[in-house]
Design a protein around this ligand. Structure first.
Ligand code: FE2
Ligand code: FE2
Length: 270
């Protein structure tokens, strides 16, 4: 099974730039074309939040048009820039819970690896929240199947060494950690929000965030450093389930020189 992750698409209304500089929609269009050209194709694409920039219906409509060109199914979870009601309304075919449920979390078990999307958002807050209600749902959901399982969520619970991000780590992350540690079939956690590719082990589980489809956070590990962005290459994360384990490939999205051969006539080119 091959799982693709893209994140932090930050789609704006037509004619508007993110942070007055970034035209995010063409970046997402390039990511969609890149994903469609992969061979083998991913079984599913996970988009881990900040799908649009201001949670507006017209932004979700534009997002839907672009994601509609994907050749494979996609699954969405919200980020701090999203609004649950508008997201739910724009994508009625997503496996959302019943409309009386407060959180947009769900499990999909159709593939060899089960996918569990988590909602770490709290209206009006930039950082993530994981409360007792969400922990209870996750505990019950993970107990319902012993299939290898990937969690996907917007806010990473792990520390990054980047001051700005670590200042607003997920509130209630100890609840998430306790649940994850109880269920050893959780094989990976995919996060967004950081606009950087970062991999660690947290709660005994490999977890990674990937670079966004458009703008990236500048790597700055100085104490107290403010957050800035740069147009470093966008990327996609591919989780490959080999049957005996999971591994992560991260590839930049863009046009690069190559491919060129290493070998000619069976010999390394010197
Ligand atoms: Fe973001
Ligand atoms: Fe975010």
């Amino acid at each position: 099974m091959l799982i693709a992750q893209i994140t932090d698409l930050h789609i704006k209304p037509a004619g508007r730039l993110a942070y007055r500089r970034v035209d995010t929609a063409p970046y997402l269009e390039r990511a969609v074309a890149w994903l469609n050209a992969l061979d083998p194709r991913p079984d599913v694409v996970l988009a881990t939040g900040d799908l649009v920039d201001a949670g507006m219906p017209e932004e979700y409509a534009r997002l839907g048009e672009i994601l509609g060109a994907l050749a494979m199914p996609f699954l969405l979870v919200p980020g701090n820039h999203d609004r649950r009601e508008a997201l739910r309304a724009a994508f009625p075919d997503q496996p959302w819970p019943e409309s009386d449920q407060p959180f947009l979390h769900y499990a999909v078990g159709d593939w060899p690896v089960r996918l569990v999307g988590l909602d770490t958002t709290a209206p009006g807050r930039e950082g993530g929240v994981f409360c007792r209600e969400r922990a209870g749902w996750l505990d019950r959901t993970l107990a319902a199947s012993d299939k290898p399982t990937v969690l996907f969520l917007h806010h990473p619970p792990f520390a990054t060494g980047m001051h700005y991000h670590d200042r607003q780590r997920v509130e209630g992350r100890e609840l998430l950690g306790a649940v994850v540690q109880r269920h050893r079939h959780v094989v990976w956690g995919l996060c967004g929000h950081l606009h950087r590719t970062i991999t660690t082990v947290w709660g005994g589980v490999p977890m990674s965030a990937v670079a966004a489809t458009a703008h990236q956070a500048v790597l700055d590990l100085r104490p107290g450093a403010e957050l800035t962005f740069a147009m470093e290459p966008p990327a996609c994360q591919l989780l490959l389930w080999t049957g005996e384990g999971m591994l992560s490939h991260v590839a930049p999205i863009g046009d690069f020189d190559g491919p060129h051969p290493f070998y000619e006539g069976g010999r390394l080119i010197d």
